[in-house]
Design a protein around this ligand. Structure first.
Ligand code: HXC
Length: 270
């Protein structure tokens, strides 16, 4: 079980109700646990129901209400069921984390239209589907949406045309929804992790050599931990960020900024 964010007070989000898609595993499981440790009641949704039961147990260990709902963010009827199930169990919704994602490495010429579309459907269209379905609940008492983005779309990341297109779309959607829904007291922000240790994304997308390269060029010298990403999520979900909307916060130890280091002097050299 990941550590809850180290600085969070147990009452930071008391009385808030949260839905975390992709919350059964990895980064979003860590965010869900951090929300619970900060006092929020939490629903986690995942395509695979076997991830949900252990996560719900870990959430309940923080003394909050928790529920796991199996469903696919690509299917509007399943999204309605996830959102309705959250409302029925928790009684409302103030925090939505859009974290459901899919990824694999494939160069563009080897990627089928369905392979491209599958990642766009999960990441980009899934984020839209869940945001749209949750909006009536979020605007009832004011709320926060946090879209989990990435940094791979900020550069020309090889083997990631599908995920880059999807994440760039999510960043654009974050800005549009922030403007459309701000007057309804719904803030919409993004969180863009770089590589995060011990996650499915890093297992799928990196090699021993690329992990060594990350440690070498990252200004902070390593990958993030899940807890560090969850800490940033808590900030963006709490009143600590009450006047922030429409931004995507990069949490990558400066890695992507230094990815262009081939062009200049090595900042780590003394
Ligand atoms: C090429 C592939 C492929 C691969 C799947 N496809 N894997 N093409 N290389 N390795 C193609 C298939 O051939 C098919 O196209 C299409 O994609 C759909 O595949 P399915 O297996 O039918 O889809 P589905 O069962 O819905 O699975 C979705 C998935 C899968 C995304 C393809 O990998 C998955 O379920 N992933 C969930 C977990 C996950 O990816 N977690 C990591 C997220 S990491 P055809 O044409 O054959 O029909 C992340 C962070 C990134 O997002 C940032 C890190 C730094």
């Amino acid at each position: 079980m990941p550590m809850p964010a180290m600085w969070a007070r147990p009452d930071l989000l008391k009385g808030k109700r949260a839905l975390v898609t992709g919350g059964g595993t990895g980064i979003c499981r860590g965010i869900a646990i951090a929300l619970a440790a900060a006092g929020a009641d939490v629903a986690v949704a995942s395509r695979k129901s076997d991830h949900l039961a252990p996560t719900v147990q870990d959430l309940q260990a923080h003394g909050v209400r928790a529920i796991g709902i199996a469903g696919d963010v690509r299917v509007p009827a399943e999204v309605d069921r996830i959102v309705q199930g959250t409302a029925d169990t928790l009684g409302g919704l103030e925090i939505l984390i859009n974290g459901a994602a899919g990824n694999f490495i494939a160069r563009s010429e080897a990627l089928s239209p369905n392979g491209f579309g599958t990642v766009v459907d999960i990441d980009l269209k899934g984020t839209f589907n869940v945001s749209r379905a949750a909006f009536p609940l979020l605007k009832a008492h004011g709320g926060v949406i946090l879209n989990i983005s990435a940094t791979l779309q900020l550069l020309g990341t090889v083997g990631q045309v599908h995920a880059s297109a999807a994440k760039a779309g999510i960043d654009a959607m974050t800005r549009t929804l922030a403007v459309e829904w701000g007057p309804e007291k719904v803030r919409v922000n993004g969180l863009a992790p770089g590589p995060v240790a011990e996650t499915e994304g890093v297992r799928r997308l990196t090699t021993d050599a690329s992990r060594a390269r990350i440690a070498e060029i990252c200004p902070l010298g390593r990958m993030a931990t899940i807890d560090e990403i969850a800490s940033a999520a808590l900030f963006l979900c709490s009143d600590a960020s009450a006047f922030i909307t429409g931004v995507t916060l990069v949490v990558d130890g400066g890695l992507w900024l230094h990815s262009a280091s081939a062009l200049g002097v090595d900042a780590t050299a003394s």
